[in-house]
Design a protein around this ligand. Structure first.
Ligand SMILES: [Cu+2]
Length: 272
């Protein structure tokens, strides 16, 4: 009387086990990997961007351009730049003629037209993760026509007496920092220029990047650049950095944000 039931149950189990195993194996082997790959290669910011200024083909007679964007569905926080990616959070990358100018934690920026030729130019903006992956699908752009009344004298190649170098003035090795700190450098045989950010390279000119724990620039992900400076200091925000020992780097960069100058320095401090 009892025999048919165990038999049926056994058959049912045998039939179910391979299906369940396939399902589980399929799910475990296939699903998480593409998701991980996707996360490495793209950043879906959730941001909806639009350009408020300049309106297309605005004629600019001065030597800078004021940009303004509307950003929804995305929290701008440049204080987390260079640290791990957080969904729907990051900063903006603004490009002039497709060349990155800088990152911004506010939806507006005034961009210098130093070394920009008169004529038509494109401004584009993209939401970027804390580790500098661009959400390219959400990129928006506008144009302007540069007709300077009094053009800026072009900055031309310099011939420094020696090799470019950068040294860290502050913080001191082994110092304890918390909240934020002023990262101060001393640059020799090289001229720092904020106005040349993103412009064609000019020998002897550029700026520096502040990085934490690695010198990876980003743009392809895992970027540890906290920010960039065209002066001898940069305020480092520590809110995305875990307490403990960290190494902060100052790297000389050309206008195109590449470390082609071949000079950098590092300091290890304790973040409290
Ligand atoms: Cu840079």
């Amino acid at each position: 009387m009892r025999s048919p039931f165990p038999r049926l149950a056994a058959v049912a189990l045998v039939a179910l086990v391979p299906l369940a195993a396939l399902g589980a194996a399929g799910a475990l082997a296939a699903a998480p990997k593409p998701m991980a790959d996707h996360a490495m290669m793209a950043f879906s910011s959730g941001a909806k961007l639009s350009v408020l200024a300049p309106t297309p083909n605005t004629v600019i007679t001065g030597n800078s351009i004021a940009t303004k964007f509307a950003v929804t569905g995305f929290t701008l926080d440049s204080g987390l730049a260079g640290t791990k990616s957080v969904p729907r959070t990051g900063h903006l990358h603004i490009m002039l003629d497709r060349a990155l100018i800088d990152m911004y934690g506010t939806p507006d920026a005034v961009i210098s037209l130093q070394n920009v030729k008169p004529g038509k130019h494109t401004i584009s903006v993209v939401a970027a993760s804390n580790d500098h992956v661009d959400d390219m699908k959400g990129m928006v752009a506008t144009t302007f026509v540069y007709k300077p009344t009094k053009p800026l004298p072009e900055i031309v190649a310099a011939k420094p007496a020696g090799k470019a170098s950068i040294a860290i003035v502050s913080p001191q090795p082994g110092a304890t920092v918390s909240g934020s700190f002023e990262f101060v450098v001393n640059v020799k045989n090289f001229t720092l220029s904020h106005d040349l950010f993103g412009k064609p390279n000019v020998a002897g000119y550029g700026h520096w990047h502040a990085n934490v724990d690695s010198t990876t620039a980003g743009m392809m992900g895992m970027g540890t650049m906290l920010g960039m400076s065209g002066t001898n200091s940069y305020r480092v925000n520590l809110k995305g950095i875990a307490p403990g020992k960290h190494r902060f780097f100052a790297l000389l960069e050309d206008n195109q944000h590449a470390p082609s100058i071949g000079a950098g320095a590092g300091v290890t401090v304790t973040v409290k």
